[in-house]
Ligand binder design. Structure first.
Ligand SMILES: Cc1ncc(COP(=O)(O)O)c(C=O)c1O
Length: 402
């Protein structure tokens, strides 16, 4: 195809993933390039002045910008359809940057989804609370309750995840964004579990989207990183935050995440397919008290999932509830042979997490029960192994745990 035709056509996401941000500057290499340099030379003092003033593209000092990190940012801007992007040292740093960018002041309220990642709840409830920011928590699957809270509390920002962890409830994100905007509340979506392949929160009006790129974007469990993407009106605040607080992403990690993104479509689609197959087979056995997957008819938010998510992508996590309690759960974890016990998601390996001692250890029994988490709940972040092997492994461990 002629280049002019290519330019006119909108690229498919698979094509975009492979090429986006692969900007080779000074070497004729096809691989993504790593620039480990902390500082960069300009051609003249005048040029350095223009670069420092933001009047000319270029690099001066790696806390202000680095070509390798820039390539990742360009890729993420294309993937999310964002006007501005920053890359941070971890997902938590990205969430903190997003909270800064919405302009929180003493006396402001942040509304958080009850099912949010625990550290995000603590970041607002413990760290931002020190600056006089108030936290309100809501169940975002109850839109009547949400409406009442939005009008009562008038929050400055709302932070939520579309797919809840570990019960995998799907929040009606476009409706939630519209409801929040009606009371001038800015919306930050943590899209770590959904990736830009499943949802693009900016496309339905979210103000900022954040990722723990440590998970699916990197995809190999070997680099920590965060991304904030959003509307151009946050550009200055996000870049100022990064320059002054300094939680920048290093070029080696940026390179690993960017390289991971090139294979995101094949990895994530396969992981989603594996998770769906596994969920259906596990539910059919009748061995578990519950099997959770957004597309199972038994899931309380299945209608929302079918309406909002792509038909072949319900996410790559399956959660099961064993019949037993903590003792049986420990036996289950010890008996797994293929699946590894670990506290993350998005790896090539399938990983099992026990929420009671890991992600939700700081919640009370009552709070956990309200979220649907019991002593038997196990989150399985599905990897790239054959689903038959995963099914066999879970079944033999469940038998040991009976
Ligand atoms: C949904 C979600 N958001 C944010 C984070 C934090 O990311 P990181 O560990 O990269 O700081 C995590 C980590 O598990 C997460 O699961």
């Amino acid at each position: 195809m002629k280049e002019t035709d290519m330019n006119r056509r909108e690229l498919a996401v698979e094509t975009m993933l492979v090429h986006a941000g692969n900007v080779r500057r000074d070497v004729d290499s096809t691989a993504l390039a790593i620039y480990p340099s902390t500082s960069f030379m300009a051609d003249s003092p005048e040029q350095l002045d223009r670069i420092m003033a933001g009047e000319e593209d270029g690099f001066s000092y790696s806390r202000h910008g680095n070509p390798t990190v820039d390539g990742l940012m360009v890729a993420m801007a294309q993937l999310e359809g964002a006007e501005t992007v920053i890359a941070t040292a971890s997902g938590m740093a990205a969430i903190d940057a997003a909270l800064f960018a919405v302009g929180l002041r003493t006396g402001d309220t942040v509304l958080l989804s009850r099912d949010l990642y625990g550290a995000s709840l603590n970041l607002v409830g413990k760290v931002w609370a020190q600056y006089g920011v108030k936290t309100v928590v809501a169940d975002l699957t109850d839109l009547n309750q949400l409406e009442a809270i939005l009008h009562r509390e008038r929050p400055k920002a709302l932070l939520f995840e579309i797919l809840s962890n570990p019960i995998l409830k799907v929040a009606d994100a476009p409706k939630i964004v519209a409801m929040a905007h009606a009371v001038d509340c800015q919306v930050i979506v943590d899209s770590t579990f959904t990736t830009p392949l499943m949802v693009k929160p900016l496309s339905f009006g979210a103000d900022l989207v954040v990722h723990s790129a440590t998970k699916y974007l990197g995809g190999h469990g070997d680099a920590m990183a965060g991304i904030v993407a959003g509307s151009g009106r946050y550009h200055d605040a996000l870049h100022q935050y990064l320059k002054l607080r300094g939680g920048v992403l290093g070029p080696f990690e940026a390179w690993l995440i960017h390289r991971g993104i090139q294979t995101l479509a094949v990895r994530f689609e396969r992981q989603c397919a594996n998770a769906w197959e596994l969920a259906q087979h596990l539910e059919q056995t009748g061995v578990f008290r519950h099997v959770y997957h957004p597309f199972l008819q038994s899931h309380p938010t299945v209608a929302t999932a079918q309406r909002l998510l792509p038909a072949h992508m319900g996410g790559a996590v399956v959660t099961i509830e064993l019949m037993g309690a903590r003792k049986e759960a420990y036996t289950f974890l010890r008996s797994l042979r293929v699946i590894r016990s670990a506290t993350t998601i998005g790896d090539v390996y399938t990983l099992c997490l026990y929420p009671l001692v890991a992600s939700h250890r700081n919640q009370t029994d009552q709070e956990r029960l309200a979220m649907g988490i019991t002593e038997g709940t196990m989150r399985i972040a599905v990897g790239l192994e054959h689903p038959n092997d995963l099914f066999a492994d879970i079944m033999q461990a469940a038998t040991m745990a009976q």
